[in-house]
Design a protein around this ligand. Structure first.
Ligand code: FES
Length: 110
């Protein structure tokens, strides 16, 4: 279990939606599907811009996350690019875990 401070509570993330959270090495996108949370660095592989259309507001629908700038489309559960100008590059994942309804960065094993 991680001893890092919580990024947020699970209920802070709308089910099927996303929020932004600040991590030590930059801003993360936290996406929720039921009890599962996926986290990626908020940086589009197309032009390196944040994916949100306004601070902390993301386009998420049917298990897909869209970059607000040129429509690059990523899977929520893997960060894989499946459409748009991302040229096969995916989002960079950040390991997170949900413990006692809190979302935290997970320890990284070597
Ligand atoms: S910066 Fe994300 S699609 Fe262009």
């Amino acid at each position: 279990m991680s001893d890092s401070p919580p990024l947020c509570r699970l209920d802070d993330i709308p089910d099927g939606g996303a929020i932004a959270a600040q991590a030590p090495d930059g801003e993360l996108i936290l996406l929720r599907q039921g009890e599962r949370v996926f986290a990626y660095h908020n940086e589009c592989p197309h032009q390196g811009r944040n994916l949100d259309y306004a601070p902390g507001l993301f386009l998420v629908r049917d298990g897909r996350l869209l970059c607000a700038h040129h429509g690059a489309t990523f899977t929520v559960d893997g960060g894989d690019c499946i459409a748009g100008p991302c040229r096969g590059a995916g989002l960079v994942a950040a390991p997170v875990e949900v413990v006692d309804d809190e979302v935290r960065l997970a320890p990284v094993s070597d």
